[in-house]
Ligand binder design. Structure first.
Ligand code: BGC
Length: 768
């Protein structure tokens, strides 16, 4: 744990006291999003201290030309960057001619931030003594509307406490912004038009190369003692900025407020020529509705989300705050309504990881969205990859694969690979397997097989083709091997026969063959269509079978475990517990070379395989592998603790499961990996949800039935979660020695509890 300033609370993230050192971390933690846009918790007014400015629009990116020391054939041309978008939140504040800047104030009292997750708003308040001795009390509330997802609203409340004063608010729009992360220090936006009329302002800008067009807009209203003031602001405009200046005289103790309405419209959703009209429409609807009504809409919309997605924990406020923070951030990032969008590992909270799509979505996020929303959302996530199949085939062709073999990118915005480190792009091929795991999980959970004949089978065939071509026959071993890979553990590169990769490769082929059989029987016309489209022949299928049957798996007779890779045991094996604390995280303290040679594992690797394919192994096997690998794992990927928490729970090691749970759920709040100022780890937050539902709740799908094996961490009085299983809504409440199930609707549901079948009747809680 690297920080502990966040105050525990069931529903809010709270910070008290101003500390300039914490500003960037809090900018991440108090971020806002509504699925379509998001922003770090930057101050509205001027701030000359260290800050990381970030406003982001979903799906809008820039292909930043790859920068590497030595170009290698096959490198992607660019790395996709999420873009800091034009600033619409800015409001300069002047009191008697002096700018309000917290970095310059003589004293700051009562500084407080609250991210109210229940209702979806962020508030910041403080009293400051400015260099000119003016004592100002400020309270700012901001939210990004879920209902009107192009709109954000700010209520900037201010009172000068010790004097009459001239107050100036300068709300502005600014497209002269830059990215922290830019390979060539270039600007990514070009401003096309700055326009204002009748207290409304618009800046239209386009991204270079990708040519996304976005119009940022704003309109403000001034209030004195809660009454609207008639205003005629002075407009000042520059090439990339437009400012409205509102000046007002306030008596000592009089309250003034500026309501600012702003946001973005883009050509992803409107015709390019209509952007300003679209922005006007948003303002013309929102401004007359007013702040209070819009805030109420926000509260109602979040209530709707929580109704289905909430997890309650009684008796452990830090754990409760952690899980709600995770669920809140996931919903701020992705709501599943737009199949063009996906879940970036940092969501709208930072630039790192390009805001792009990783295997994280398939490996970690699908279960959460599948269970807390309707099935269309998970289907949209699968369709996203189906729509990128052509590009995945091109991507494989660039690397020399043929005949429709597909390699899905490690990182993408539009289907093209846009990560440019060779050990990831070329070698971290296990990601292909997660695409198929996601399809299987979707089918098992929703019971909706129709996705496979419609779309999924084509994806699986292309992936099976890839694995068959990527494996090669070793005469030495009389087996098929997969050489030169990086497994999920990115702390080893270019290894041979990473067990996880080999295992998932074989499984992808087997699952594809089994799915083909079912499609042929049950959906024959789709079968014919897919066979024709893919040109798949029996002879190719027999090559797949050969690879699957003769796949090589490194194994240690001595330890009776599968080896992470051929040479794993050549390493010096020293458990993490013997590493001095001062040496960690090793990715910040050690050279890369030292890391690569060490036995330390960044995240679940062999254990990731045991997680996906738990039913292929006995509990004893899992325990043996867990005891071998976990002690060597440094958990320096956010994706690591959740898998370990689920497995520790399955092994009945509740204390360990709980420690991993805290680490996953409070990873950002307590900054375990010492990097939260770069943004929050959004995709692993879905892993936190899994830690409770699959870990403590022991939820699985067994032969089409929901199965539970509930356990509860010591000290918790109870916890509860709700899931949508095949359109039936089931609420599960677990207390020590007692679990109850409540079913909504009017059909009953048979489930397994500790392997016994029980029937839950609608609206009659069943307690076991
Ligand atoms: C992990 C990857 C993950 C990526 C984005 C990396 O640190 O090693 O597995 O896909 O972060 O979350």
């Amino acid at each position: 744990m690297n920080q502990d300033y966040i105050i525990p609370d069931n529903w809010s993230i709270l910070e008290e006291g101003f500390d300039a050192e914490r500003v960037e971390a809090s900018e991440s933690l108090f971020s806002l999003g509504n699925g379509a846009m998001g922003q770090r918790a930057n101050f509205e007014e001027e701030y000359s201290g260290d800050t990381f400015q970030g406003s982001y629009i979903a799906g809008v990116y820039y292909p930043d030309k790859t920068k590497v020391g030595w170009w290698k054939n096959g490198y992607p041309e660019y790395f996709a960057k999420v873009l800091n978008a034009p600033n619409w939140i800015g409001i300069n504040v002047f009191i008697n001619g002096e700018v309000l800047d917290l970095d310059a104030c003589k004293e700051i009292r009562g500084f407080r931030r609250e991210l109210n997750m229940k209702e979806g708003w962020y508030e910041r308040s403080f009293t400051a003594i400015m260099p000119n001795e003016m004592e100002v009390a400020v309270k700012v509330v901001r939210f990004l509307s879920l209902k009107r997802n192009e709109l954000g609203v700010i209520n900037y409340d201010l009172e000068v406490k010790n004097s009459d004063a001239t107050i100036i608010f300068e709300p502005y729009l600014d497209s002269g912004i830059t990215n922290e992360d830019a390979n060539w220090e270039e600007k990514f936006w070009k401003t096309l038009e700055v326009k204002f009329e009748n207290e409304q302002a618009f800046i239209t800008a386009k991204t270079l190369k990708t040519e996304f067009h976005a119009t940022a807009f704003m309109q403000s209203k001034l209030f004195k003692n809660a009454k609207a003031v008639k205003t005629e602001p002075i407009e000042v405009s520059f090439d990339e900025k437009v400012i409205f200046r509102y000046t007002t005289e306030a008596k000592k103790g009089e309250k003034v407020a500026l309501h600012k309405f702003g946001g973005y419209v883009t050509d992803m959703n409107h015709k390019r020529n209509d952007l300003i009209d679209a922005a006007k429409n948003v303002l013309d609807d929102a401004v007359p509705a007013g702040y209070d009504k819009l805030l109420q809409e926000q509260k109602d919309a979040w209530a709707g989300i929580w109704e289905m997605a909430d997890i309650t924990i009684e008796g452990d406020v830090k754990a409760q705050q952690g899980i709600r923070f995770n669920i809140f951030q996931l919903n701020q990032t992705y709501l599943g309504e737009d199949a063009r969008l996906n879940i970036g590992p940092k969501g709208f909270t930072g630039e790192k990881y390009g805001g792009s799509t990783y295997w994280d979505t398939e490996a970690y996020c699908i279960p959460f969205y599948m269970a807390t929303k309707n099935h269309e959302v998970a289907r949209n996530l699968l369709t996203y990859r189906y729509n990128h199949l052509g590009k995945a085939i091109e991507n494989a062709e660039k690397l020399g694969f043929t005949n429709g073999a597909a390699l899905y990118p490690m990182v993408t915005m539009n289907g093209e690979e846009s990560h440019n480190e060779w050990e990831i792009t070329f070698e971290e091929i296990h990601r292909n397997g997660a695409m198929v795991v996601a399809i299987k999980r979707y089918v098992d959970y929703t019971g909706d097989f129709s996705y496979v004949p419609e779309k999924g089978l084509e994806v699986m065939i292309a992936i099976a083709r890839f694995w068959q071509q990527r494996a090669n026959y070793s005469t030495q071993k009389d087996k098929f091997v997969i050489l030169g890979v990086t497994g999920p553990n990115e702390y080893e590169n270019n290894v041979n026969n990473n067990w996880y990769t080999n295992y998932i490769a074989k499984w992808c082929i087997d699952y594809c063959l089994a799915s083909m059989e079912r499609v042929e029987k049950e959906f024959s016309s789709d079968y014919m269509r897919v066979m024709k489209k893919t040109g798949l022949q029996d002879e190719e299928i027999s090559r797949w079978r050969e690879v699957s049957e003769k796949m090589y798996f490194p194994y240690s007779e001595e330890y009776k475990v599968f080896l992470q890779q051929d040479n794993f045991l050549d390493k010096e094996i020293i458990p993490v517990s013997e590493l001095p604390r001062s040496q960690r995280p090793i990715n910040q303290k050690w050279s890369w070379d030292r890391i690569l040679r060490s036995c330390y594992i960044k995240q679940a690797d062999v254990l990731q395989g045991f997680y996906f394919f738990e039913d292929h192994f006995s509990l004893e096997d899992m325990e043996k592998h867990f005891d071998f690998y976990e002690p060597l794992t440094v958990h320096e990927s956010s994706l690591s603790p959740c898998v370990h928490s689920i497995q520790a729970a399955a092994l009945g090691r509740m204390e360990q499961a709980y420690q991993f749970y805290l680490r996953t759920s409070r990873l950002d709040l307590d900054d375990y990996n010492n990097e939260v100022k770069e943004g929050c780890h959004i995709t692993s937050m879905a892993g936190t949800w899994m830690s409770i539902v699959e870990g403590f709740g022991g939820m699985r799908v067994v032969d089409g039935k929901l199965s539970f094996n509930p356990r509860i961490p010591e000290g918790w009085e109870s916890y509860s979660f709700k899931i949508n299983f095949r359109d039936k809504i089931l609420k599960i409440n677990v207390a020590p020695g007692k679990t109850s199930f409540t079913l909504e609707g009017n059909e009953s549901l048979k489930i397994l509890v500790k392997e016994n079948t029980v029937e839950v009747k609608p609206s009659v809680p069943l307690t076991v």
